[in-house]
Design a protein around this ligand. Sequence first.
Ligand SMILES: Cc1cc2nc3c(=O)[nH]c(=O)nc-3n(C[C@H](O)[C@H](O)[C@H](O)COP(=O)(O)O)c2cc1C
Ligand SMILES: [Fe+2]
Ligand SMILES: [Fe+2]
Length: 404
Amino acid sequence: MYCVRKVTEELYWVGANDRRLALFENIHPIPRGVSYNAYLLRDEKTVLFDTVDWSACRQLIENVEHLLEGRPLDYLVINHMEPDHGASIEEILLRWPDVKIISTEKAFLFMHQFGFHTDSHECITVKEGDTFSFGGHTVTFIAAPMVHWPEAMVTFDTTNGVLFAADAFGSFGALDGRLFNDEVNFDRDWIDDARRYYTNIVGKYGPHVQKLLGKAAGILDQIRFICPLHGPVWRSDMGYLIDKYDHWSRYEPEEKGVLIAYASMYGNTEAAAGALAARLAEKGVTNIAMYDVSNTHVSYLISESFRLSHIVLASVTYNLGIYPVMHNFLMDMKALNLQNRTFAIIENGSWACKSGDLMQKFIDEQLKNMTVLNERLSLASSLKADKAAELDALADAIVESLNK
Ligand SMILES: Cc1cc2nc3c(=O)[nH]c(=O)nc-3n(C[C@H](O)[C@H](O)[C@H](O)COP(=O)(O)O)c2cc1C
Ligand SMILES: [Fe+2]
Ligand SMILES: [Fe+2]
């Protein structure tokens, strides 16, 4: 059965959901699933904007066939050919052999590399600023390199103000029939998955996202719909989402608050982290998020690090090193380019405590524009009452820094 939604006059969502996939990119858990969005324009010519993952291909075909009502598919615009969107290109070409493909030079190269057989089809290569008319609708192509692949572009329909945004403005989470941002409670039900999607998938490429936002700013008054390749379509309150993207891509925190990430085997470092959290709350800090790095997937930790201004790392020493899972979190912060945060450190060891110095060194030498508070809490196996003043001093330092 087809399953489509009308976006605006002549334009339809023809994508599909995957609620079975456990790991996006085989690495990020997606307990709420994911949607692969594609869009069909029924103008004088018929145009499909992007395709879907292989797992969703049959649904896409049913949707497109239903809306074409026997008409041929004239054009296939590929904004982003990564296989979660491009895997069904070949099936589209097989079913509609006369379809003409519009994409960037690099995307055509990648299609060839991946073995999507485009050779016997008319391929129209477009670049920044090119325009194309499908009859009533004229679109402009805007390069979006490294958001988050080099071949990516976005397409703007100047006729109806629809921005086909590729992976920009997307989110994890399957759609439940509700397609538009104003049909869901985005700030309650979607923002965490949108942030986790952005920060882990696109986070490294902040400067490139800033460039794209700069280009979007030039046409902001004309944008009526943002149609991303994952998650809800935006038709109102776009300032909300653009503001989030602006913060994330500049590596500025959204909120003043404290992420406490702890690594603990026997529970003593965890207890110290808990004691600090309670002190902070007592001193009036209520925006606190506390996670055990061992049972929290690092994609969630990264997402929270992008949200909050302050990060407390509490780690045991492990074979003269940082606890491996904490080390992995630090490596991910580096990989995703996180910047402009204030850190506090709690370390623990029973015979040669090293984790504090090593975490400080990592932050100082491997991360950019970070501050580490001087007040460090060092435990010899467990936090004793004689350290109450040090714990208090650490909490005070965090509060003072938050109030700056
Ligand atoms: C595999 C392993 C390696 C460890 N390596 C060190 C070490 O190199 N230096 C050290 O001081 N303590 C080391 N420890 C001890 C723990 O860091 C220490 O007992 C700590 O207090 C445990 O805190 P927890 O109760 O939060 O797990 C190691 C423990 C384990 C299990
Ligand atoms: Fe992608
Ligand atoms: Fe994607």
